[in-house]
Design a protein around this ligand. Structure first.
Ligand code: MSP
Length: 510
């Protein structure tokens, strides 16, 4: 089965924000890594287009919901292309394709006897599209996430018997690998231990949604509809639009990567819906943290929302990826600070990695006729041991979704190699002819370690990784897989080194 990884399906009330770019970049790096390891990957992303929030946004703009959705969905697609996101499927929940799968899914749940008509009363947050737990304790009746007033709802809705799946969900979340990080898992365990309540899966008075068969005044609750998007995405552009076909293509998902605010939907409601529909539950859910800006929550009312497009235009893809992947531990909250951003890019990428490549390549070209040294002592294993260890740790961390740690392995390898260079001072040694052999060894070791650094950067910083490879002029045996290329010593001795140029520009403080 392919490795199936998903981002959330983003609401189209607005263009992509830094939070959506963050999740999508993480998924992209994992998808690239798995592909490089030789796995078949299905990387799903898309948009969540129904519901009251979208209906109201379109109304405010005085356009039809469908037209609004078309324009924002196109913007998402355009943005992901600009960010070079390697997604395989982009699902739109207002497509006919998706609607058909939602109806099939509903029929399965209904046939399990899990749907009934009831009355839904409660306080609703339109921003979250969610009834809020405990409004009595909230002095303001405001959603803590959106800081907007909750709305009282009292309507006839169809309900899903979530309570029936109490035991199933308990045993699912007992597995420590199912929800990460640990703290988030504990929150879910606590929530489930209070007893699961049935939840409504349809709305009356909401026109912008998928119609429920047999109930002409009802549309599906936007979350019921959207979660099924992970399944409907699988058969996108295929003639056989059935759940069975979708499932055989690549279900269950190996990883739903989402923000911590929507963990309940993914770790509790969705698995129960799937069990009811007779389908497998996802293997893992990671709830990542929230990004703040200069220590403050980002929000329109605060006027401090950081537009990812500005970052993209100003700095390019790789610097932003490096900051988000290396500086924030997946699962923890992260803060975007301009000064830190500039410092990290300059220190890590320009000074440590870029400079290492540049100066070594220059030395090698100068002393060895524009080539990689030819006579190398393969028994000198000091550097190869360091590099092999870094590769091993990197793979272990990437396999376990510790992307920040994997990134740091690459950086630390570069730091260690720079130290080795400084300690050995080939620029001094070369002055004495007797040292010629030693210098060849040192330079080869450094170039070879740089080749490995370039390879390890591929899922993290695809563009920079390519530049490194180009500058090393390495013609790899195309039969070799990425993993095999990570083996020490494959840099061809005596091969031509192209003229070096900086692989990354230093950034200035704005
Ligand atoms: N449409 C639902 C998801 C349905 S999945 C079947 C939704 N969409 S969203 O656009 O509001 O949010 C998408 C993701 O962005 C969520 O995972 C959310 O956690 C994340 N983020 C929103 N603000 C964020 C930050 N400030 N920082 C990081 N992620 C943030 O929810």
């Amino acid at each position: 089965m392919p490795f199936n990884i998903t981002t959330p399906l983003y609401y189209v009330n607005d263009k992509p924000h830094l939070g959506s770019v963050y999740t999508t970049i993480i998924c992209d790096s994992i998808a690239r890594y798995r592909r490089l390891k030789g796995e078949k990957v299905i990387f799903i992303t898309g948009v969540d287009e129904h519901g009251l929030k979208i209906q109201r946004t379109a109304l405010e703009k005085k356009i039809k919901p469908k037209d609004h959705c078309d324009s924002i969905s196109n913007l998402f697609l355009k943005n992901w292309k600009e960010w070079d996101i390697s997604f395989d499927k982009f699902i739109r929940t207002c497509s006919d394709h998706h609607k058909k799968i939602v109806v099939q899914f509903y029929e399965r749940v209904k046939n399990s006897g899990d749907i009934y008509m009831g009355t839904q009363k409660g306080w609703y947050c339109v921003g979250c599209e969610e009834f809020k737990d405990n409004p009595d304790n909230s002095p303001t009746m405001k959603c803590p996430i959106h800081n907007k007033n909750l709305e009282w709802k009292n309507e006839e809705n169809l309900f899903f018997k979530l309570s029936k799946y109490q035991k199933n969900i308990e045993s699912l979340i007992e597995n420590p690998d199912f929800i990460e990080p640990k703290e988030r898992r504990n929150e879910i365990i606590k929530f489930v231990s209070k007893g699961l309540k049935d939840f409504s899966i349809s709305r009356t008075n909401l026109r912008w949604g998928i119609g429920v068969p047999d109930y002409k005044d009802h549309t599906f609750y936007v979350w019921f509809d959207a979660l099924v998007g992970y399944v409907s995405a699988l058969t996108l552009n295929e003639d056989n639009n059935s759940i069975e076909n979708a499932i055989s293509t690549g279900w269950p998902a190996n990883l739903h990567l989402i923000g911590k605010d929507i963990l309940r939907f993914h770790a509790v409601y969705w698995p129960a819906m799937l069990i009811s529909a007779g389908l497998d539950t996802p293997k893992k859910i990671i709830g990542h943290g929230f990004l703040t800006r200069e220590g403050q929550k980002m929000g329109k009312s605060l006027g401090n929302v950081l537009d990812p497009n500005l970052l993209l235009n100003q700095y390019g893809i790789d610097p932003v990826r490096w900051y988000l992947l290396k500086d924030i531990s997946l699962g923890s909250d992260g803060d975007f600070q301009n000064r830190r951003f500039v410092d990290i890019i300059n220190n890590d990428l320009a000074n440590t990695i870029g400079n290492l490549l540049n100066r070594t390549s220059s030395m090698s070209r100068k002393w060895f006729s524009n080539k990689v040294p030819l006579n190398v002592n393969d028994k000198d294993t000091f550097i190869s041991d360091i590099a092999n260890k870094a590769v091993k740790n990197y793979i272990f961390n990437f396999d376990n979704y510790k992307i920040d740690l994997a990134s740091n392995e690459v950086l630390n390898l570069a730091i260690n190699i720079n130290l080795y260079l400084n300690e050995n001072q080939p620029w001094t040694l070369i002055k004495d002819k007797d040292n010629y052999k030693d210098v060849q060894n040192i330079i080869y070791n450094v170039l070879e370690a740089t080749r490995i650094i370039g390879l390890l950067l591929e899922p993290l910083l695809p563009t920079l990784s390519n530049s490194i490879k180009e500058q090393l002029g390495t013609n790899f045996n195309s039969n070799k897989t990425w993993i095999d290329q990570l083996e020490w010593g494959l840099m061809e001795k005596g091969s031509i080194l192209p003229e070096p140029s900086p692989i990354i520009e230093k950034l200035e403080y704005e």
